[in-house]
Design a protein. Structure first.
Lengths: 220, 824
């Protein structure tokens, strides 16, 4: 499903190139549950952003469902975001103007799902994440952990083929974290590919494979 | 989906009350100015469009190699019988001013009579009402019968005080005394007042047919209404039948003209009536009011002001929109396509525009009367929607909304998600230089307008304080009588009035003249020269003014050399023993000095006739007979027992009572003549009416431009302060003072104002120099005054800009540093 060939990412300041990712070659199959680990600043988020097509690689090749990503038009990438990819941000990135309910509903709007169906899907998720009581609040009225939950709910609601999650449990207590991991496992069993970044060994254990990054190098 | 978008758009606007407010107010201001200007433009562009037959109506105009004329002769109009396709020939004739009197039948007392002097008395035929769309409130037109007339509602009220009961006016009679034999006319119809956007204006129309009777013509044989009369004194129009080619009718007319008079060099044209006011293009050879120029200027300013307002919108939205970039980035990652993102922005823009438009309409309604009095017009919003140009204007407004809305939407939705989501978007999103450019443009316009206003005001001030070379204060001007009985026993009653008036205690001095300063002369002529002059001198033009011997002393003019003439210097039959010149005449006649001129002779006409020689008895110092628009012209004053106007130097006290006394005297000695008295300085100032309006408009648009510019600047300053909160917080922790932070934030914007100043100066200098060219006497821009104007315009703009920015900067500077830092 995902296949990276000699992929590098660097930032150039003048003549100086700062490498964040170096020569990464990696394959992730459909239905896998992969955890990416590594110390702070090792390039985990950067890698995930590239995988999620939010950022572009500087060198190398990235094939998503056998299609070369760098050749996709913005529109095609938009389509993939809409139908195939769910993204959980390390810093949540909820939409400030929208309520919890509306934040979760938004991806469905873009998929032109009917109102009634939307309603039941959102109600379902709210229920599952135990945040029904918060549905009319705005993000700034929530705690960090609650925002995290909403961010995850938003990523999974449209049933994407693959979920990229950047430290999804970073702000959750261990019970909540466990629940999320179980949810991911369940989704994974139903066929969703999951790629998560995590600092926690125990969370990484939920996955079927662990990838380690160090200074931008892939360690295997 | 749409209701969802609408809800979101509304919420987004509501959350950003500050920017939304600035945007709505800025746009509303721009739209208000736009609507006012479009009213003006549409009013002029729609002239004469209200006639149902406007497409088939033409004015007959002739051109010769020398120029054009819009008069035709009865002889030319006889072509009707030989030309196909003519449905009607509406025909007018105007005579000079006349006295019109209404004497009620049943009351004999003279106090019941109503008398007015009418400047233009118009005659016409009944085809006028067949062709033009004038509506009747009572009765109808019957102008093909002699001694009939129609008048407008306004005239009916003026003469008959009939209120709304126009039917009561039908059958009443008015006596017209003018150059023709005094004649009575019966009212057959009362029509609605003629719309203001009609080139045909007037309040009364008398039947032309009346003058077909030679007895009514008096000694005006030129006005005989017979087919062999070749003198052109009629203004005629043609209503062509459907499908008739105007050009072919014009050709037939020219051929007919040649047939009647083989020596004629007149080519006839049919001028579409809608082009009479605007002109057909900028260099229409046919006579027209050239209003196209004003339409183009008004529309340009309108579009300009509107774009200023849209610039503001773009500026603010892209600046503050950066804070929305994160939202857009997030939406993109969850699958929003470009159209998903653009649509809500367009909706927001549409909602803003509608709100602004509603506000603008309200403002226009509220300020309409003030605007009208500034402009000396009666415009209303109806004009905008009535005629094509207004519709185009509204389309332009929509297009503006769409363009700026799309631009904003495209800029905002063009951001790359990762750039935004990484959090360092403020520096990387482009559009900063665009916004700066736009601010510079706005301030350049503002500065130019401020400079323009200052220059117009200074010029007005210059004109009202300039020494005119005479004294117009406490000088009363009474119109001389039109109706005088020549054979009255006490001599000419007008002169009797002058003598009697002089005896009134409050009258210090009185003079009679044929015309007055601030208004005009008797006539201008060529052919006056020194006996020793060259034949070329005969081509020089002089203004002639006939006045009595007290003219110079009453107006308190000073003599450079010699003295004024005596009553006895008028020898009768246009022969004069001595005349007075002004200094301009002395120069034009070729004298070296005034003293050389006094005692010398000048002549008019045949040099051999000694009797036509006039001796120069005095040279009056140049004074401004006309406004400062005109250079002082060479004037020759001829002694005359003139009674056209009486100018009286009066004492300051009891003006009301004195006026009443004068009126009583006037009515007693000159019965039947309306009494009109004005102050000489009012007459003179009236020449500047248009200039004052220009000044007012300039001031108005300066205020608008600067307010719009400041709204934009205010928003940008707020944004700059907001986006530098953290930096400012850190600086404060490190010990920066509030003042140093305000300076930090202001300098960047004041630099923009400085650039705007550099752009505005040459443009304003060039435009205002062109405007000042219209005045023969004007303030000099290449002088200390000019420097002062431009520098102070710059300072005013900079000051307003600084206050605007500092207000924002202060708020940020004084905010608690820790709050700013923790917020991040
Ligand atoms: N715009 C940029 N310019 C230069 N360097 C950058 C830029 N963005 C990120 N980096 C660098 O890339 C490296 C990797 O960052 P990344 O966010 O991927 O780390 P991470 O592994 O996710 O760390 P953490 O565990 O703290 O989230 C960092 O050293 C960071 O300084
Ligand atoms: Mg990270």
């Amino acid at each position: 499903m995902i296949s990276l060939r000699n992929l590098s990412k660097y930032y150039s300041a003048g003549a100086l190139k700062t490498f964040v990712l170096r020569n990464i070659t990696l394959d992730i199959n459909e239905g896998e549950f992969v955890s990416i680990m590594g110390p702070s600043g090792s390039g985990k988020s950067t890698l995930l952003h590239i995988l999620g097509m939010l950022d572009e690689a500087s060198e190398g090749e990235y094939l998503f469902l056998d299609k070369p990503v760098h050749k996709l038009s913005e529109k095609q990438r938009g389509e993939l975001h809409k139908d195939s990819i769910g993204f959980v941000f390390q810093s949540y990135h909820l939409i400030d103007e929208l309520t919890v309910y509306e934040n979760i509903e938004t991806p469905l709007l873009y998929q032109s799902i009917k109102k009634d169906e939307r309603k039941s899907m959102v109600a379902d998720i709210l229920d599952r994440f135990n945040i029904v009581a918060k549905k009319d609040l705005f993000p700034h009225q929530l705690s960090g952990g609650q925002q995290q939950l909403v961010g995850i709910a938003r990523a999974v609601i449209a049933r994407p083929k693959v979920i990229f999650a950047d430290e999804p449990t970073g702000n959750l207590n261990s019970a909540q974290g466990k629940e999320i991991m179980e949810l991911f496992t369940q989704l994974n069993k139903q066929g969703t590919t999951i790629v998560q970044v995590t600092h926690s060994e125990s969370n990484a254990e939920y996955g079927s494979r662990i990838i380690s990054l160090l200074d931008g190098w892939l360690k295997s | 989906m749409l209701t969802n978008y609408l809800k979101l758009a509304f919420r987004a606007l509501w959350r950003r009350k500050f920017t939304t407010g600035i945007n709505v107010i800025g746009l509303a201001l721009g739209m208000t100015a736009f609507l006012f200007l479009m009213e003006f433009a549409s009013f002029h562009a729609g002239f004469d469009s209200f006639h149902t037959n406007a497409d088939r109506l033409f004015r007959i105009v002739g051109t010769t190699p020398q120029g054009s004329q819009d008069n035709v002769s009865p002889m030319m109009l006889a072509m009707r019988s030989q030309t196909h396709g003519i449905e009607a020939i509406p025909t007018f004739m105007t005579s000079a001013s006349g006295i019109i009197t209404y004497k009620p039948d049943n009351v004999s007392s003279a106090s019941q009579t109503v008398t007015f002097k009418e400047e233009d008395v118009a005659y016409g035929n009944n085809d006028i009402f067949r062709a033009f769309s004038f509506q009747f409130l009572a009765g109808n037109a019957d102008l093909d019968k002699p001694n009939t007339m129609v008048l407008t509602a306004a005239a009916a009220q003026k003469y008959f005080a009939c209120g709304e009961n126009y039917q009561s006016v039908i059958g009443k009679r008015l006596l017209v005394a003018n150059q023709f034999t005094p004649t009575e006319y019966a009212v057959t119809g009362v029509m609605r007042n003629i719309p203001e956007n009609s080139h045909l204006q007037g309040t009364m129309l008398f039947s032309l047919q009346t003058l077909a009777n030679p007895a009514n013509l008096g000694d005006n044989s030129w006005a005989r209404l017979v087919p062999d009369n070749g003198s052109a004194f009629l203004t005629a129009y043609l209503l062509l039948r459907d499908g008739t080619q105007a050009s072919s009718v014009a050709t037939q007319m020219s051929e007919f003209g040649k047939k009647m008079d083989p020596s004629t060099n007149i080519t006839w044209h049919l001028q579409p009536i809608r082009t009479i006011h605007t002109g057909n293009g900028f260099s229409d050879p046919l006579p027209n009011s050239a209003a196209l120029k004003y339409i183009v200027i008004a529309v340009s300013i309108a579009l300009f002001v509107l774009s200023l307002a849209w610039i503001n919108y773009i500026n603010l939205s892209t600046a503050f929109g950066l804070s929305r970039a994160r939202e857009i980035g997030v939406r993109k990652t969850i699958g929003a396509t470009r159209s998903h993102l653009v649509l809500p922005h367009l909706l927001e823009c549409a909602m803003l525009s509608v709100a602004a438009l509603l506000l603008a309409f309200t403002t226009v309604e509220l300020l309409q009367s003030s605007f009208n009095s500034l402009l000396g017009a009666t415009l209303h919003l109806g004009y905008v929607f009535q005629y094509g140009i207004g519709t185009w204007g509204m389309a332009a407004m929509l297009l503006g909304a769409l363009l700026s809305g799309s631009y904003v939407a495209l800029v905002l939705t063009g951001v790359k998600p990762i750039v935004v989501l990484r959090g360092n978007f403020i520096r990387s999103v482009n559009g900063r230089s665009v916004r700066k450019t736009l601010v510079v443009i706005q301030f350049a316009v503002s500065i130019a307008f401020i400079a323009g206003t200052l220059i117009v005001l200074r010029q007005l001030n210059f004109m009202s304080h300039r020494d005119l070379g005479m004294n117009l204060e406490q000088l009363l001007v009474i119109d001389g009588p039109q109706l005088v009985e020549n054979k009255s026993p006490g001599g000419n009653p007008a002169l009797v009035f002058k003598q009697e008036a002089e005896r009134l205690p409050f009258v210090r001095q009185i003079t009679g003249s044929q015309n007055i300063p601030g208004q005009g002369y008797n006539f201008s002529t060529q052919g006056i020269m020194r006996p020793s002059g060259h034949s070329d001198d005969a081509k020089k033009s002089y203004k002639i003014l006939q006045a009595d011997e007290n003219y110079f002393s009453t107006y308190q003019m000073t003599f450079g050399e010699g003295k004024g003439f005596q009553k006895t210097d008028n020898l009768g039959g246009f022969k004069f023993r001595s005349v007075v010149l002004n200094e301009a005449s002395v120069v034009q006649l070729g004298f070296k000095s005034s003293s050389e001129a006094v005692g010398q002779f000048i002549q008019w006409g045949n040099p051999s006739e000694k009797s036509q020689r006039w001796q120069i008895c005095g040279v009056v110092k140049n004074y401004h007979h006309k406004s400062l628009h005109d250079a002082i012209e060479p004037i020759i004053f001829l002694p005359s027992a003139a009674t056209g106007y009486f100018s009286l130097r009066v004492t300051v006290e009891n003006v009301q009572a004195n006026m009443a006394a004068l009126e009583a005297l006037y009515k007693k000695i000159l019965p039947g003549n309306p009494f009109t008295a004005r102050f000489a300085d009012d007459i003179f100032q009236k020449q500047y009416e248009n200039d004052v309006r220009v000044g007012n408009l300039f001031a108005l648009f300066s205020v608008m431009a600067i307010v719009i510019a400041c709204l934009g600047l205010f928003g940008l300053a707020a944004f700059a302060a907001e986006s530098r909160r953290k930096e400012i917080g850190v600086r404060k922790v490190l010990g920066a003072t509030d003042a140093s932070i305000i300076t930090l934030l202001s300098t960047e914007f004041l630099k923009l104002v400085a650039i705007a100043f550099l752009i505005a100066c040459p443009v304003a200098f060039w435009l205002m120099s062109a405007w000042l060219q219209d005045f023969a006497y004007h303030v000099e821009l290449r002088s200390g005054f000019g420097v002062l104007v431009f520098v102070s315009s710059g300072i005013i703009a900079a000051l307003i800009a600084f206050i605007t920015i500092a207000a924002q900067a202060r708020k940020t500077a004084q905010a608690n540093a820790i709050d700013s830092l923790r917020y991040e």
